[in-house]
Design a protein around this ligand. Structure first.
Ligand code: BGC
Length: 412
């Protein structure tokens, strides 16, 4: 009798697990050509395993609009199943008590062995996995139109002085040197790329991770704002509010020579059928350094076996070898998993992988502040507000560093 009951319970449990059809409502901001093509890989794999995906895309590069939508959903007690979320924001949501635990999948798939420790740490809440990483984007990249540069007799610049000289030459030829979209996060992307190049990793860490006041107001920071002011002179008149992918399109069609943007821009070039090294060129922004930006999905506490099955399936697929390769070939990034070879990737991705290895070896791998990897929302927002105010006014660099220090202090 007892045996029979146990048997029945086992059957019921197994059946329960099998019968829960995976469901997921997924909030993300991947709406550009390259981004949509990339997230489609996950949707297809999810459907292929019997899952039902309810898409909740919130357009807006950098994810600001998506994060506003997320807050509204959580406050109304109706969190999505899975959310594109990254860096310290994962911890902020965990502290609100609204994240689900996917540690069982992480342990079963041995994520600790498959991921660099720094990435694994971002994905853990109190030591247990609560998010799954899809990639590593490098933020400090520069993209160039190969034909435009060849016609002007230019190569990809390796110093900011070279960049400025090239831009002046292009301007003289009637070509917009720099395609830019005037949105706060895009201004911040350029700003931090200049900062790591001009100041180096230690400066970057002191300023944008440790928020050291002396560094925020240093001469080096003044020089960073000076270079941002110079870049402001290289953008066209219609830059205000332009989406980043439209800026990428300006480089594609030869309207502009360069764009400073993370390697999601490569996803756009590729989705348009263009080839790296032939149609467009990539190079780290002058001065180098490596600013990383890891996209990941955090799971929110939801009720229902079908949704929990959906979360576990998503976690499993996201860290799958095939997904990490195919998704990243489309997205412009490189896999988060250490064991996925880059043989099928182009030279920009291989350069990214190589530079990341070198940077993590010598302690110069830095988290992007502009893309939510280094700081909590309030502090990152304070810096970005100052940068944008500077970019859109004639504020001096001296005033900018003073404003920066005050804004950071007030945000704590
Ligand atoms: C994300 C990328 C995304 C880009 C533009 C970044 O913050 O990490 O995945 O493509 O914003 O939307």
């Amino acid at each position: 009798m007892l045996k029979k009951t146990i048997l029945a319970a086992t059957v019921a449990l197994t059946a329960g697990a099998v019968w829960a059809e995976p469901q997921a409502e997924v909030l993300h901001w991947w709406t550009s050509g390259g981004e949509a093509k990339s997230v489609a890989v996950l949707m297809e794999e999810f459907a292929g395993r019997g899952g039902t995906w309810t898409d909740m895309p919130v357009a807006g590069g950098g994810g600001d609009a998506a994060m506003t939508a997320l807050r509204a959903r959580v406050l109304s007690g109706n969190a999505p199943t899975a959310v594109q979320l990254k860096g310290p924001a994962i911890q902020e949501w965990y502290e609100e008590g609204v994240l689900a635990n996917i540690n069982a999948v992480g342990v079963e798939q041995n994520w600790d062995e498959l991921l660099p420790t720094a990435i694994a740490d971002h994905m853990k809440c109190d030591g247990e996995y609560c998010a799954a990483p899809v990639n590593v984007h490098r933020v400090n990249w520069m993209w160039g139109n190969a034909q435009v540069l060849a016609d002007a007799g230019l190569e990809m610049p390796t110093t900011w002085a070279e960049f400025n000289a090239a831009a002046e030459k292009l301007q003289g030829m009637g070509i917009t040197p720099l395609a830019h979209g005037g949105q706060a996060w895009q201004d911040a992307t350029m700003f931090e790329s200049i900062a790591v190049g001009l100041g180096g990793a230690e400066f970057f860490q002191a300023a944008f991770v440790d928020l050291d006041e002396a560094t925020l107001t240093s001469d080096t920071m003044v020089a960073v704002f000076d270079q941002l002011r110079t870049l402001r002179g290289f953008v066209d008149d219609d830059f205000s509010g332009r989406d980043w992918n439209l800026a990428t399109a300006m480089v594609m069609n030869g309207e502009a020579a360069f764009q400073i943007m993370g390697d999601w821009a490569k996803g756009e070039f590729m989705a348009a059928g263009l080839e790296p090294g032939k149609d467009f060129l990539c190079a780290p922004t002058p001065g180098g350094g490596y600013l990383y930006n890891v996209d990941s999905f955090a799971m929110f506490s939801v009720e229902g076996d079908d949704k929990i099955a959906g979360q576990n399936l998503l976690a499993e697929l996201i860290m799958g070898e095939n997904f990490q390769e195919v998704f990243n070939l489309n997205k412009g990034s490189i896999p988060a998993r250490l064991d996925v070879a880059l043989d099928s990737f182009d030279y920009c991705a291989r350069r990214s992988g190589y530079d990341m290895d070198v940077a993590s070896g010598n302690g110069s791998l830095m988290p992007s502040y502009a893309h939510g990897m280094a700081l909590r929302g309030a502090q990152a927002g304070a810096i970005t507000d100052t940068v944008t105010a500077f970019f859109n006014s004639d504020m001096s660099s001296a005033d900018a560093v003073a404003a920066l220090a005050t804004a950071v202090k007030n945000s704590m």
